[in-house]
Design a protein around this ligand. Structure first.
Ligand code: NAP
Length: 315
């Protein structure tokens, strides 16, 4: 099935929206790309980067005549966006999104859905800690999963059309239930972010001299948490506001396991610690064999030369 659409409308043009725009254009997946966003300066940035063909601050204008509409804004903005675009959505169009939570998205989008529009929620499991239109790149989705959470009675032709679109951008596509998605993502993505925000927050509260030591010696582990904890604050606020149940369920298990580890450390239980660390190492190896990570040491980053010391008197 062809992955091509007549008009693709992207509502929100940050990291994910701009990456879709670039990949769709590279692979010729839409005749016209319309971009809508909230702020005039973001729209101008998108225009300067030549991400689309039509630029507007009116989301309803962008979706007029579009046969594929993808919401690429933080999930907290969806309801207000739906109120704006619902009357302008074309019968026959596919409406999708890229939000990191799915049950909440189904709940807020469905009541606004006009007859004849097929809603297929989506979530590309791809991203970086950067945000905004200039953060995007066409290769972002290559080799990454895109999870779709269609309703059981979805039109299979529309589902295949959207799946083909994501495959053409390099993704592998899997369909699952929205609730299952939220539980899986709570542990694979949301809890790791919460842990990273917490550990980096702990450092932020340390006294100044200890903090400077942490920054100096950060490559011994802390640095890798800071990358995750540098992710967009608004997007992540919305994730924790809208996937509360699944996050609390997984957080409960995480805290139980942390208590077991705490006891092993207190009791000097070497065999228990070694047994756990051996099991976790195996998980890392299976992620590498699944092609979701490189086996290169130091998370694939080549060693960088030390930055030159600034000249005496330089600013
Ligand atoms: P981002 O870089 O911060 O961009 C968000 C975009 O949404 C900006 O263009 C922002 O525009 C726009 N926006 C905000 N409120 C809006 C509104 N009311 N109407 C229209 N546009 C609005 O965020 P992102 O990383 O691309 O994330 C976008 C979505 O992708 C989120 O739902 C997130 O959960 C999901 N996601 C993110 C990642 C990741 O790693 N970052 C991965 C997978 C999925 P203005 O500047 O005009 O406000």
């Amino acid at each position: 099935m062809s992955a091509s659409f007549r008009k693709l409308a992207l509502i929100g043009i940050g990291l994910i929206g701009s990456s879709i725009a670039l990949a769709a254009r590279r692979h010729n997946l839409a005749e016209t790309i319309a971009i809508a966003t909230r702020k005039a300066e973001t729209l101008e940035e998108a225009r300067a980067l030549d991400l689309g063909d039509i630029y507007t601050l009116d989301a309803a204008e962008a979706v007029k005549g579009a046969d594929l509409v993808i919401l690429c804004a933080p999930v907290g903005a969806y309801e207000q966006i739906m109120r704006t675009i619902a009357p302008a959505l074309e019968p026959g169009a596919i409406l999708s999104d890229v939000g990191s939570v799915k049950k909440h998205v189904v709940k807020v989008v469905t009541p606004y859905l006009p007859a004849g529009v097929t809603f297929i929620p989506g979530h590309p499991l791809a991203g970086t800690e950067h945000s905004g239109p200039s953060a995007g790149f066409a290769e972002l989705f290559i080799g990454r999963w895109c999870v779709l959470t269609p309703a059981a009675d979805v039109d299979p032709i529309q589902l295949e059309k959207l799946s083909a679109f994501w495959r053409a951008m390099g993704s592998q596509v899997e369909a699952m239930d929205a609730e299952h998605h939220d539980m899986v993502l709570a542990i694979t993505s949301h809890i790791p972010h919460l842990v990273a925000y917490n550990i980096v927050g702990t450092v932020a509260d340390l006294e100044a001299d200890t903090k400077s030591e942490v920054i100096k010696f950060s490559a011994s582990g802390f640095r890798d948490f800071t990358r995750i904890a540098a992710s967009d604050p608004v997007m992540w606020r919305d994730v924790f506001l809208t996937n509360r149940e699944a996050v609390l369920e997984m957080l409960g298990r995480f805290l139980e396991d942390l208590s077991v580890l705490q006891r092993a450390v207190r009791n000097g239980d070497g065999p228990a610690l070694e047994a756990l660390f051996t099991r976790t190492r195996a998980i890392r190896r299976s992620i590498i064999s699944a092609g979701q990570e490189t086996a290169a040491p130091d998370f694939g980053r080549p060693p960088q030369p030390a930055p030159a010391k600034p000249e005496e008197g330089a600013a």
